[in-house]
Design a protein around this ligand. Sequence first.
Ligand code: CP
Ligand code: NVA
Length: 296
Amino acid sequence: MKHLLSIEQLSAKEIETLLESAAHLKRQRGRDGRKLEGQTWALIFTKSSTRTRVSFEVGIRELGGFPMFLSKNDIQLGRGELIKDTARVLGRMVHGAIIRTYAQSDVEEFAQYSGIPTINALTDDEHPCQILADLLTVQEKLGGWDGKKIAFIGDGFSNMTRSWMWAAKRLGFELAIASPPACQPPAEFLTALDAPNVSITADPKVAVRDAHVINTDVWLSMGQEDQKEKELEFAGFEVNSTLLAAAAPGHIVLHCLPAYRGKEISEEVLELHADTIFQEAENRLHAQKAILVALA
Ligand code: CP
Ligand code: NVA
């Protein structure tokens, strides 16, 4: 594995190996070894971040390396310098790059031209680091995903749902997505995915019925803030106690955060499941350290 650009590009074995390493690194935190000793990793972010930025910066330091945060306004990228030029410069100076931006093709181009390990820290297409942390949380809370039904309530074609769909394709668990018709994945994507274990419905109750994991995310992803008409599509899609009454006994709730209470999730449900949701946030650190160790 040279880069971590998407869940789509990972095999089941690679996902499982990363999760084993993450669990190991979590158990032995503070006794990490210094796999990144002497290395500088650039974080190039053109979108906001709390969890991803902090967990990568802390993780790199814990592994002995040095994180260099570069917002797009700090570097000439923000003034129109080409990605392929930026990549060839940074590739001669730093040891790895972690990129949060809009187009997936920008991260792929950076990886191609820089020649250094490149990690997707969220694009419009995928959020692979988050899904690895979510899978680690499912393992910890439920012992794994075999025989489990995972539901996703919200935007059916966001970076989160796309990464979840590829995870279901690779790992074989049942994934039921409830999304308003206008926000469902297009037929071409589902044909390319070719995963009979992934179902799409417009009825949140159908997706949640007997589900062991109920997952949600913001209705408007970064870059869509002014699409108020899209938000109107989500009436009836709040993850609340009425909806969860149909879920399997012992179910867990995941939210990648940030959360908007009273929109995609109720205050009551978020607080009832806060232990899981903030464990999920912590697991970003452990999952990403596993990625760094694998790529360093
Ligand atoms: N879940 C997540 O990626 O959070 P940030 O946007 O705060 O990094
Ligand atoms: N789908 C969300 C995830 C945030 C972590 C977004 O892209 O804004």
